[in-house]
Design a protein around this ligand. Structure first.
Ligand SMILES: [Cu+2]
Length: 512
């Protein structure tokens, strides 16, 4: 059952560095090509290099600075009528909305009041490499009780988000939305609704660490003699979560709650509007192991953007977002109450928000349809707007990334390798500034993966959407293209928190 692991690949060579030696990852190192050929000496473009500063200086500048602060700390939230101990930014699950315009410099003062180190990653932004917030690779961890000042230019408009890049911290409440406005955009909507969805278990049935411990035992943990394993189901492990839309296993983890802007359906986020108003939805999936299918029963959504970038508009009945993805859509409000539902794909549960025009009867969550059908799309199935489509040119370098591992052994990896922060460049995807890069994500397993690349917005196929996170279904290959225009060392990984925690990560490495 576990034939897709590191067979035939060279044994990992440990350099003998420890995780405490943060500087090890910040030094240029020899690389071991993924094809097993002899290591070659290359010069890596590090976050402290002049090329990184030059790229930042070349970004648009409005001359304005937007300042914000984030305090990461333990907190008590109220979920479904019960107090829940967790961690979040600025004393909330789902942190403050951070917002600026293209060209603004965003400065964020992070205070770490957690009992352990943290970092903040700015998901989807093409920013300076040394501000990307990846522990070890682009910055030293911010120690418990410490602080760090992030500062970078906002290069592109759109819907983004920020989160701790210590993966299991994100599974608490350490995330929030980030919107970059385009001053030249014509507003064809009356209201805006920023919506962050999340699968929640922390403090209710256990902790993210409890989940990872159980999952790491593998699905085979309850098997005897290799028979009957499919019946095994643990405290947290979800068995039989299947989605036709996602092509197989939908997820690994059961969740007692699904949150819509940090709230449960008993106490839903509600916006008020007039009949006929248009609402711009900015949907963000902050979940750890859950894709959400979002829609308003009986109403069409006009999809306008995914991962911040415009698409050819499309009218659909529902959208699906993998973890880390965003979709913007317009919704025209009818008179009465409009439930906006997010059903966890392949799992039971509901995240819910509502629009009210001040008349009619409030929707009963229990009476909402179990399934949102009709025309359903995910962001990776859309076409890019012509204004953001990559110029046609030949590919300079092509990398193949096999998505490997299985739920059986819970040995998720890339090209059969578990990421090792002590040796981050092993198997790195090497690129040079100015190249057109093709990355083929080849899913060899039985489960989908939302693949995310830091610091870049790739294009899916020849004319597909511009994205930074794309769903790769089992048995399928998704080819993405990007222009290597943001020098540095960038993580790329599965945005399933538990897959990433098990090592489904690698580095997109600029070399000179
Ligand atoms: Cu994954």
């Amino acid at each position: 059952m576990n034939s897709l692991t590191a067979q035939g690949l060279p044994r990992r060579t440990f350099l003998g560095v420890t995780l405490g030696a943060a500087s090890a990852a910040l030094l240029a190192a020899c690389s071991t090509p993924s094809d097993g050929s002899a290591p070659s000496a290359v010069r890596r473009v590090m976050s402290t290099d002049e090329a990184v500063r030059a790229a930042e200086a070349a970004r648009p500048s409005s001359g304005r600075t937007v300042s914000a602060s984030l305090r990461a700390a333990p907190l008590t939230a109220n979920l479904a009528g019960k107090p829940v101990q967790t961690w979040g930014y600025n004393d909330a699950i789902n942190g403050s909305l951070l917002r600026g315009s293209v060209g603004d410099r965003l400065e964020v003062a992070l205070e770490n009041a957690l009992p352990e180190p943290t970092v903040v990653h700015w998901h989807g932004l093409a920013l300076a490499n040394d501000q990307d917030g990846v522990e070890m690779l682009t910055q030293k961890d911010v120690a418990a009780g410490g602080s760090f000042s992030y500062g970078f230019r906002l290069a592109h408009p759109g819907t983004y988000w920020y989160h701790s890049h210590v993966e299991l911290q994100r599974e608490r409440g350490l995330y929030g939305p980030l919107v970059v406005d385009d001053p030249s955009e014509t507003k064809d909507w009356d209201h805006e609704w920023v919506i962050v969805l999340d699968d929640w278990m922390d403090g209710v049935t256990g902790t993210p660490e409890d989940v990872l411990k159980e999952l790491s035992g593998g699905m085979g943990g309850g098997m005897s003699g290799g028979m009957g394993g499919m019946q095994h189901s643990g405290t947290y492990m979800a068995m039989g979560s299947m989605s036709d839309f996602l092509g197989g296993d939908a997820g690994d983890v059961r969740y007692p709650l699904h949150l819509f802007n940090g709230r449960t359906p008993e106490d839903p986020d509600t916006v008020t509007a007039k009949p006929g108003d248009r609402v711009r939805l900015r949907l963000i999936n902050a979940g750890g192991d859950t894709a959400y299918r979002v829609g308003a029963p009986g109403l069409k959504l006009t999809v306008t953007h995914t991962d911040g970038y415009p698409v050819e508009r499309k009218d659909v009945d529902a959208v699906v977002l993998g973890m880390g993805e965003r979709i913007d859509a317009l919704l025209t409000v009818p008179a009465g109450w409009t439930p906006l539902m997010a059903r966890p794909e392949g799992k039971a549960g509901l995240a819910l928000g509502r629009i009210s025009t001040g008349s009619g009867k409030e929707p009963d969550p229990a009476a909402l349809p179990a399934r949102l059908g009709g025309m359903v799309v995910d962001g990776g199935q859309l076409s890019s707007a012509s204004t953001v489509r990559l110029a046609s040119r030949s590919v300079d370098v092509k990398h193949t990334v096999r998505l490997t591992g299985s739920m059986m052994a819970y040995d998720w990896g890339l090209n059969g390798r578990r990421f090792d922060m002590a040796n981050p460049y092993e198997g790195a995807l090497e690129v040079r500034q100015g190249q057109r890069v093709q990355i083929d994500f080849v899913n060899e397993g039985m489960m989908w993966h939302p693949m995310h690349v830091h610091g870049h917005t790739f294009q899916v196929g020849d004319a597909g959407a511009r994205k930074d996170t794309v769903i790769v279904r089992p048995g399928r290959t998704v080819s993405v293209f990007l222009d290597a225009d943001n020098p540095g060392q960038w993580l790329y990984h599965c945005h399933n928190a538990y897959h990433a925690a098990r090592g489904m990560m690698g580095v997109l490495s600029y070399v000179a």
